[in-house]
Design a protein around this ligand. Sequence first.
Ligand code: SF4
Length: 337
Amino acid sequence: MSCDFAFFILHFALNFTFGTRYILRCGDFSNNYSLFACTWRRIHETGARYMVNCMHEAAYYKKLDGNKVQCLLCPHFCVIAEGERGKCWPRQNIGGRLCATTYGLASSVALDPIEKKPLYHFHPRTNILSLGSLGCNLKCVFCQNYEISQVTAERTIPVEIDDIIKEAKRLGSIGIAYTYNEPLIWFEFVKDCAARVRKAGLFNVLVTNGLVNPGPFDELLPLIDALNIDIKSIEDDFYVKYCGGVLGPILRNTKRAAESAHVEVTNLVIPTLNDKDENFIKLRDWLFDNVGPDIPVHLSRYFPCYKLKIPPTPRETLERAREIFAKKMKYVHLGNV
Ligand code: SF4
């Protein structure tokens, strides 16, 4: 059977199994970006990724008895049995190896104003080519991007680093932003892409929840020019109860990032959950004491999303928060208003 004929059969099988999802997604992108032109070859590659086991071995894990592995990328330290996935989803134990199953697979691509990240003090009024994949190592009940972060379906297209860089230059983008879902669990791809993006003279931007272990974070940071780090609350209880995570490593990483890159912080203000004066004062004081008054703060308005149904944040709450932050911090912005 010729190779082309084999690919045709594979393509037919994929579309039978997954419907027209791939073609529609590729079609959406190809309207705007030539690198996502939906060729037969790319569809075949997508299929191959689902059919060939462990295309890309993950970094930061160790093998355990019984073909189990333990992921060392983030503070969850998931122990993963064969065939299972970690809490974040993309990292899967295939045959006793931890695999980065979303390496080179994007779920979302767009050219965004840098202010949308949000970064207001890093090359303002420019655009940045923004990529996201699938999964997240937090399980926030209010997630605003839950369709790609809390994965219920695989919806991706393959992207090549050279194509991404070419397209960024063609579009006049200042660089690449790794965003939409959590980029730190896309670690291997982000690191490889960021190294080439840096070499090409473009910037790398991370929009992140900051939940990663010190080793991988320190490995990635020298390649990163700017970060927006989401500090959802200054209370550890909040992370445990509403996000399935912990606060300590996020604060550590915020401090660490601010030593080597441009950092802005976002706090999503949610009525009754993290909107008391004492919440704002504690976060403000931590920022002031640990990263200084110059770090920009974005106080973002919450809207009901995913599992959380309480009404949106009143404007007055955000104004009150801004007043409190502005007593010590120089740059306080309201978002989603
Ligand atoms: S990165 Fe994912 S698999 Fe690894 S420890 Fe964190 S949640 Fe678990």
